[in-house]
Design a protein around this ligand. Structure first.
Ligand code: FAD
Length: 459
């Protein structure tokens, strides 16, 4: 008789695991059932801001594979609108509620993949159900927001609460809709994933696009008029709003797993080993935004919820379940984003992370340009490096600039992943032609500057 693999959560991590397992084991050997409480499978949440902003015209372009494709091409049984409400590890079964048809389904499993993702942070004031206030995590959230933007009276003033990358991308999307946009952020700058000096560059560029940056301000409530959002309330008074988008970050979605006895690590996410097995719970695997990862620079367990990790981790789990061998080696915190034309990239540790991890280090900021200074379109680029003393090992890097800025972080990520020192990096053979870089690439200039800083510090 075929074994059964049950997957809880049908997006990036869950469906990557399911399809990889299927590639290695056919239907007679492994039955695969996925429970997904939403309306979609394998969709790109990452694309939502660009769909809202009109860069991607159709919602369905964000869906990589629908349930029919999984059924017909992969022989995976996807049960949409089914929410798993309990996992019984002793009886080896899950209980799922049919959110549309009503009733309960029980499914036994030999192998379980826990891939429930993350849940948005929702302070009490955001839970009042005020019309015109939107989270932004699912395609349904995006559909509801677009519907609101088209509805009469047309919203004119938007407030985005939270200045992480989702808030920043949503601020741009709303700007594209012709709204005036304020972004409220509790910290002193938006983009706290970079150091404050780099965050200030982002804030400055955002102000230049017309986005109002209200930093250092905490939202404490919402004001309603005629059943619609009218303002967000802050310590400095109300900010008028016809639409509010929340981007306050996420937490790992662990409640169901914890209730079943899955272990949670210091980061608050589900613990896994390198092969994405949940330690101490045979036959149970976990992947994606609900798990913690090893940070390869700090050595600490971290929760960094990104699609790039979810896909890789799901793939690793699926290969292993399929009888192959794969490991997930950890993360270094590489991420890129943009706001209008400004690009932001980061990898490794920020100053505060390096301090918390006990490193001694120097930091440098190198100002340069994205192209040869004489080439049309040359614009400023700032590269920040954090290098360990006295070794010179790269610990972290951040880039803010215009075109060709963000993806330069990949060269720095590879250097960091491979434990390169800034001394070694000064000689890297990076591509040069005037349309793409000055003769000394900004990365090389920054590395040279870091070597100088180390020398001046007495190493
Ligand atoms: C607006 C936005 C922009 C983003 N941009 C980027 C980006 O540019 N780059 C990047 O790397 N990442 C980005 N991300 C993050 C990325 O989308 C996530 O890291 C990725 O989707 C995580 O995949 P996952 O499968 O772990 O979790 P999810 O995609 O959250 O999938 C989990 C699924 O589990 C389902 N589920 C949960 N509980 C249950 C249950 N009890 N029963 C049944 N189903 C359940 C949920 O409905 C959900 O579909 C973005 C996210 C958002 C919201």
């Amino acid at each position: 008789m075929a074994e059964r693999m049950v997957v809880v959560g049908g997006d990036a991590a869950g469906m990557a695991a399911a399809s990889q397992a299927r590639r290695r084991r056919d239907r007679d050997d492994l039955e695969i059932v996925t429970f997904e409480r939403g309306h979609f499978t394998s969709y790109s949440a990452c694309g939502i801001p660009f769909w809202i902003g009109g860069v991607v015209p159709e919602r369905d372009q964000l869906i990589a594979r629908d349930p029919a494709t999984f059924r017909d091409e992969f022989d995976i049984d996807v049960r949409l609108r089914h929410e798993v409400t309990a996992i019984d590890l002793d009886r080896r079964e899950v209980v799922a509620r049919d959110l549309e048809g009503g009733g309960e389904v029980r499914a036994g499993f030999d192998t379980l993949v826990y891939a429930t993702g993350a849940r948005p942070i929702q302070p009490d004031w955001s839970r009042a159900g005020v019309a015109g206030v939107f989270g932004m995590q699912t395609l349904d959230d995006g559909t509801a927001l677009l519907d609101w933007l088209e509805r009469e009276p047309r919203p004119r003033r938007a407030v985005v609460v939270g200045g992480g990358y989702i808030g920043v991308e949503m601020a741009e999307a709303l700007l594209h809709h012709g709204l005036s946009v304020d972004l409220v952020e509790q910290a002193d700058q938006p983009m706290s994933t970079v150091d404050p000096d780099m965050g200030e560059l982002v804030a400055e560029a955002m102000r230049g696009t017309g986005i109002g940056i209200r930093a250092g301000l905490t939202v404490t409530g919402l004001e309603e008029r005629d059943g619609r959002i009218a303002a967000v309330v802050t310590g400095e008074g109300p900010i008028p709003a016809d639409v509010v988008v929340l981007g306050l970050g996420v937490r790992p979605n662990t409640a169901l797993g914890e209730a079943a006895g899955l272990p949670v690590g210091p980061s608050g996410a589900i613990r896994v080993d390198r092969r994405m097995r949940v330690p101490g719970v045979p036959g149970v695997w976990a992947a994606g935004d609900c798990v913690e990862s090893l940070h390869r620079v700090s050595g600490m367990p971290v929760h960094i919820p990104l699609g790039t990790h979810a896909n890789k981790q799901g793939r690793v789990a699926g290969i292993n379940i399929g009888g192959g061998y794969a490991t997930f080696p950890g993360v270094i915190g590489t991420a890129v984003t943009k706001v209008c034309d400004l690009e932001v990239g980061r990898t490794g540790l920020r100053e505060r992370d390096a301090t918390a991890a006990g490193f001694e280090f120097v930091t440098v900021l190198a100002e340069s340009t994205n192209r040869a200074g004489y080439y049309p379109g040359a614009r400023p680029m700032t590269v920040k490096l954090i290098a360990e003393r006295p070794s010179g090992r790269l610990l972290g890097a951040q880039i803010v600039g215009w075109s060709e800025a963000a993806k330069r972080i990949d060269a720095l990520a590879v250097a960091l992943w491979n434990h390169m020192t800034v001394d070694e990096m000064t000689a890297l053979d990076l591509g040069y032609a005037p349309p793409y870089a000055p003769v000394w690439d900004p990365v090389l200039i920054a590395a040279r500057k870091a070597v100088d800083a180390l020398t001046h510090s007495g190493r």
